[in-house]
Design a protein around this ligand. Sequence first.
Ligand SMILES: [Zn+2]
Length: 269
Amino acid sequence: MPELPEIETIRRDLIRDVKGKKVKDVEILNPKVIKEPEPAEFKRRIKGATFKDFFRRAKVLAMKLSTGEYLVVHLRMTGQLIYSAEKQEKARVVFVLSGGRYLSFNDQRLFAELRLVYDWQKLKFVQELGIEPLEKEFTAQKFKKMLGAKKTKIKPLLMDQTFIGGIGNLYAQEALFLAGILPTRPANKLKDEEIKKLHRAIQKVLQDAIQYRGSSVDKYVNGRGKKGNYHLRLKVYGRKTEPCVKCKSSIKKISLGGRGTCFCPRCQQ
Ligand SMILES: [Zn+2]
C-alpha cells in the first residue's frame, strides 16, 4: 500500500505534468470510487476546471481546482494516478486533459476514494491525522513527549495514522531497523538516545524513499506509470530468512498487530 513517500512522489509528478492543465471531460467508468458528491454532479463540477496545485497530508492527496474546490484522493491499497498519452485500460475514472493527454485513476480492489470538496482539511479522516513526520514541528523532543504516554508496542504505534501520518507497514519496519530498535518494544520504555535515533531514522527512510521515487512492492507506480526504486534498497521488509545487511544473521518475521513484521534479532534490541 502506498505510504508517504509514494504519495509525495505522485504529487511532485502531478505538479510537473498536470498543473495548469484543463479538464476537458471526466469519464466515470466505475462510480463506486466516487464518495462525494453524486457521480453526475462530480463530473459537472470538474469539467472545464483547471488543476491549480497539489497538496499532501500523510497519505492523502488534494488537488486544487480553479473552481476553488479540491479533488481529494486516497489511494488506499491499489489506487494509481497516471498521466499518459493513452487512457489506462483498467481506469475507473479518466480525466481528459487539455494538450491531448489523460490522467487516469486506477484501482484494482476498489478501496480507493475520490471526493470533491471545498474544505478538504475539514474532512473527518484528515482532521484525525497525526503529526507530519517531515515537517519542522516533528522534533525529537516532540516525539519523546508523544511516546511518553503510550504503552503500546512501537511498531503498530508508528503505523497509527492518528499518531503520525503517512507511515505504514513498510517504512515502520525500515525505520526500526535503521534505529536498531525491536518492533515489539513498548513505546514508553524507549530510552532518550533510542528516541533520538528513531526520530532520525524515520526522517531518513522517508526522505531517501522520496529521493528514490517510492517502493514498488505492490501496485504502486508514480505519476508517469513507472515503478519506484526504493524497494531495491529495503533492509528488512520482505526479507524473511535472508541475511541481515549489517550482521549476516537471519532476518526474522513475526506477526504484530496482525501485520507481518521483519527485523534482525541481533541488530535490533
Ligand atoms: Zn543484523
